[in-house]
Ligand binder design. Sequence first.
Ligand SMILES: [Zn+2]
Ligand SMILES: [Zn+2]
Length: 445
Amino acid sequence: MDKQTLKQRCCEAIDQNRDTVFALADDIYRHPEMGFREFRSTNKMKEAFEGLGLQVEDGIAYTGCSAKAGSDNGPTVAIMGELDCLNCPDHPDSTEDGNVHSCGHHAQLANLYASAIGLIKSGVLSELCGSVKFIAIPAEEYVDSDFRNTLINDGKINYYSGKQEYLYRGGMDDVDMVLQAHLINPQDENIVSCLDTDCDGFISKRVRFIGRASHAGFAPWEGVNALNMAQLAIGAIHTLRETFRDDDMIRVSSIITKCGEMVNTVPAEVEMQLMVRAATLEAMLDSSKKVDRALKAGALALGGKVEIRNEIGYLPLHSSRELTALYRDNIKSYLGLGDDAFISEYASAGSTDLGDISHIMPCMHIWTGGISGALHASDFKVTDREAAFIMPAKMMAMTVIDLLFDRAQGAKTVLDAYRPVFTKDEYIAFMKDHTGTDTFDGSAI
Ligand SMILES: [Zn+2]
Ligand SMILES: [Zn+2]
């Protein structure tokens, strides 16, 4: 069978099952679950894959499930859909707990299921060389850190995010490349997709300034004011901003999470959380070092102490231009569109854990339309179900056909162009090497 016929059969199978896909999307949307709590959503995806006759592995990264189909005579292409929702109590569709899919991950699961329908029900996989791994992956959003710390302390997970955990557990060992689409509002009705996605990575910091309490009226001179240390540190961070190169897209965000107890007492302890984002690993590490210096400057000036807990959040995402080109060409020919239907280069200071995987193997991360409002906001809404739930699935399934048709020549081209930054072991070592607590005591100076 020629490639065009395979693609046509695949899309027909998806079209014939669109109501089933919509039903799954709606069900997941009505039952949103936060990261590493997605037991119901995992089960739903498991049932959906089993309905296609696939053997399913669940609990793949604490929650989450996967199913593989195809043959061993070629590479494995993964299609990923994220399971987790957000907490956004202002959203009109949020549950009693405030949970809602305001990042549109329910659409990713619809895409994942529909692409599986297309490739399995049409029977096209038997005409291809290699296999497809359908992965419903947990916990993409970097939130809920107290809960995740509990899971880590209980030995249930090792990392903060689903893809990191899955990678660590060996789930990606048999995968050669990844396809994923994510909803976005392109703010222009003529734009169908934002293609070559790059994202910042980030380092997360938990900081504790430790001073000494004293009566704020009787004897403030006997205290060491931790709030003043934090204030100086924040000022020092601001003075660093002019040293950040535009190309590195560095963002430093901070909040104060604990800030003294009583106004008549000099605050002895102040806690902060910070995120340092940047477009490259080098810029991430360099700007993180500068921020640590600024934090220590606050402690030094007041003669107090600061503890800085550093953790790598996510690594920067650099998506495979070769994978994107296949996806774009499928849209152009299937929908009869020209180059003006795309934003080609799309760099953002947002972050995703697909960035971690992109350091080990080629990854595609497409931004696709079909919504109004903004991601993570109370006005987020899917307005075009065909564009959000069906179209990206067809495009990813057809991209799989491009990759694995004709002795998987397409996949070979993608792999030949790719230069890994890390092996899996090097990645795990990198994460470990850059996690730790640095304590600076300014009282000794
Ligand atoms: Zn999100
Ligand atoms: Zn998202």
